[in-house]
Ligand binder design. Sequence first.
Ligand code: NAD
Ligand code: ZN
Length: 342
Amino acid sequence: MKALAKLTRDKGLTLTDLPMPEVGHNDLLIKITKTAICGTDMHIWNWDEWAQKTIPVPMQVGHEYIGVVAGMGQEVSGFTIGQRVSGEGHITCGYCRNCRAGRRHLCRNTVGVGVNRAGAFAEYLVIPAFNAFPIPDNISDDLAAIFDPFGNAVHTALSFNLTGEDVLITGAGPIGIMAVAIAKHVAARHVVITDVNDYRLDLARQMGATRAVNVLREDLPTVMKELDMHEGFDVGLEMSGNPSAFRQMLTQMNHGGKIALLGIPPEETAIDWNQVIFKGLELKGVYGREMFETWYKMVALIQSGLDISPLITHHFKVDDFEQGFAAMNSGSSGKVILDWTA
Ligand code: NAD
Ligand code: ZN
């Protein structure tokens, strides 16, 4: 089968021919329809320090996808051939304390599809049937293909009550932009997002941001005054992984504010802890999606009118994958979709 894989410990990926994956007793075989490129795939493509120490080679990568059920192991029930599915990319152990308590997103033995085991950039993917999530007919292939990062945005944004609150989002990457739309959909008051990339700030504006602030040119406290905000933000969603963005967020939070941290900073980022302590801030780390509460909420949010489709800015056939990765690397893109059926 056709697959996009890292074949050498070097920059880039190769479109290659790999054997069909084996289907275990509890597995689902998925014929991939569309995939999307994640920031993680860019790290793997660019073969940075994180990728070099994390990704085994050879490796079939990718974890954002939609496909149809093409086969199943003998123990699997509840799925039908041809059914549209996406899947949770974190495969959990099932026996640690958190797994047994139903808190699978906190499993200490998580294995990542397309990171630690064969991924979705291929004609066929095998995952445990437990991880597959059926996609309702009224949700498009394009949207379902980005459920993985949409889930990061939903999990983070819904960590705290946003209704009527003033929300600061740092980082207008695809996930920060989706968080803007979610926050507006659940009736936050002001949703302010920061970045240093004008293309992405424009997208965030299209998705409903009250203000999209380029911190290289604009002063956040001035923007807050213009919005008649005198006390600070109630909720912060850190989605840049940039230490200076996080420090700026801490300074602009109101006392008692709550912050959900999704962005992955460099190790050992220093912050002013006095901001956390004397303001009584609450900080929550967020990893992945809740299994499977976040998935049900994603479906329900879209079915209740949330529109994240403007975020999908580029489509390519998989044979033109290099153009897709170039679009992502340029910074002038939202989500990039690769079509495996064209
Ligand atoms: P991304 O890299 O596309 O977006 C990050 C954005 O932050 C970029 O647009 C960048 O220009 C912006 N930025 C840089 N400096 C900034 C500054 N000083 N102020 C404000 N913004 C600044 O990433 P993404 O795919 O949208 O993901 C968001 C973050 O979440 C990344 O750090 C990613 O690694 C992380 N992530 C975490 C999880 C998890 O489970 N915890 C899952 C997915 C992604
Ligand atoms: Zn576990």
